[in-house]
Write a new protein. Sequence first.
Lengths: 116, 113
Amino acid sequence: AQKVTQAQTEISVVEKEDVTLDCVYETRDTTYYLFWYKQPPSGELVFLIRRNSFDEQNEISGRYSWNFQKSTSSFNFTITASQVVDSAVYFCALSEAQGGSEKLVFGKGMKLTVNP
Amino acid sequence: EPEVTQTPSHQVTQMGQEVILRCVPISNHLYFYWYRQILGQKVEFLVSFYNNEISEKSEIFDDQFSVERPDGSNFTLKIRSTKLEDSAMYFCASSAREADTQYFGPGTRLTVL
């Protein structure tokens, strides 16, 4: 069964600090996809990144970076030099490609507050 | 940039009433989804829809729920007889291909009184 665990529920940092959001997943499939979504206070879900299980390369996009490690079933997200606009709830999600299921299974989310 | 749209943004209804939530997926997308998020909780899958039929549904998606693609652009979620516990944010999403990135609409906040 699919499962996504975001152990941290809430983090508060001061602007310009780096912050890492942890995500651990469980799946029996060998082919799967991992995602991060951002939910700002306005409530919408904003797609940040998609990774497939065969691509363990870390990715950097501006101040955002992602570390995917299959050995520990983790897909962690780091925000460098955080800004107030980064304040949001961040969700990690998993989709299994095999068996015809396209649903996303979300973690419980982690609320990040960046204070000026 | 194409986006998923949803109407209304907020719906208030009385318990037992029927509601229809509307979504316009991204135009070239083929897979459609509904999710819900009870206030302060995680996002939960309800149903996926492809080729004019349900491809998967969760335990939440019981007989009170139905989905429809009445024309080439709209995708609707109907709740036949709303309960207090149906109060939540309902998100529509679409993707171009199977297991592709799902893009979410802004959500409809449903309040059942």
